[in-house]
Write a protein that binds this ligand. Structure first.
Ligand code: URA
Length: 290
């Protein structure tokens, strides 16, 4: 008689760490006792402080008065929107940045989004808009949070393949996210978190000034297009995004997120069509790379 196979082979250390990572266990527990109640109270206090609007400098307040009505969709009445006054502070700070470096510094110094407290790194964006294409995703995951780079995990590898299929890479396309800090455990960013980050992504788009936007996933599409429609309805059609009042409208193509494609490979054929439309639009704009 043969031995029955062991039901579960023991995991080696690396596999176990990977499994913890996937399951959202990303904190080490030490050997010394920790008073979690005190730590929770301190964290709650830090969050409350982070949620309060940062005191805006005078120049920023003036800029906010001018720029707030011009902010990107969905809401220009910042006080009534989710994230209300923090969003108004964000709009003021974002409006002051006139270069990408200044925008990065503004985000680094901005304490109005509670996600910053739990994130390891700011994930700002990277690439170049030399080819006229800017990709906007949702929010960093664990890999991005560790490295401080957008789309550097499994979804990122698929995004790289998607870009390569139309002749682009990170030296010819620019990549960023709606939310630049990782939501703990990879949960969806809340409406208030999205609202407070929205002025920064709008300014980011205005500064990169791409010819074409590729919005990957429902959150990027809804935020930049100012709609509550879902990605299945939005994808495959041209829309337009005006990052700021007075700025030119930018053609925007929503499509499925690579993470969705990893779970639903059948949808790749639809995304392929969206990418072909993007390639054509870029070629028509004189920015095609091939
Ligand atoms: N998913 C996103 O939307 N953005 C990233 O940077 C990584 C994964």
């Amino acid at each position: 008689m043969t031995e029955p196979p062991a039901a579960f082979a023991p995991l080696d250390d690396i596999a176990l760490l990977r499994w913890y990572d996937v399951a959202g266990v990303d904190e080490c527990i030490g050997e010394a006792p920790v008073d979690r109640f005190a730590a929770d109270a301190a964290r709650a206090e830090r969050r409350a402080r982070a949620a309060a609007p940062p005191p805006a400098p005078k120049a920023a307040q003036k800029a906010a008065q001018k720029a707030a009505p011009a902010a990107s969709p969905p809401a220009s009445d910042t006080s009534a929107a989710p994230g209300g006054s923090a969003r108004a502070g964000a709009a003021a700070v974002a409006a002051e940045a006139v270069t990408l470096d200044q925008l990065r510094a503004a985000l680094e110094g901005f304490d109005g989004c509670p996600l910053k407290v739990t994130a390891t790194h700011l994930v700002f964006g990277e690439g170049a808009a030399a080819g006229g294409l800017m990709v906007v995703g949702e929010a960093p995951g664990a890999d991005e949070d560790r490295q401080g780079r957008p789309f550097c995990g499994v979804s990122g590898r698929l995004l790289d393949d998607m870009l390569a299929s139309i002749g682009y890479d990170r030296s010819t396309a620019y990549i960023t996210n709606v939310v630049p800090w990782r939501p703990p455990g990879n949960r969806k960013p809340t409406p208030a978190e999205v609202a407070v980050c929205a002025p920064f992504v709008a300014r980011h788009v205005a500064l990169v000034a791409p010819r074409v936007l590729l919005l990957v996933g429902g959150l990027a599409a809804a935020t930049l297009l100012g709609t509550s429609a879902g990605i299945t309805r939005l994808r495959g059609q041209w829309h337009s995004h005006r990052p700021e009042a007075g700025a030119a409208e930018i053609p925007a193509m929503p499509t499925f997120h690579p993470a969705y494609l990893l779970r639903n490979p059948d949808a790749k054929r639809l995304v392929w069509r969206d990418l072909l439309a993007v390639r054509q639009a870029l070629a028509d704009a004189g920015n095609g790379t091939g």
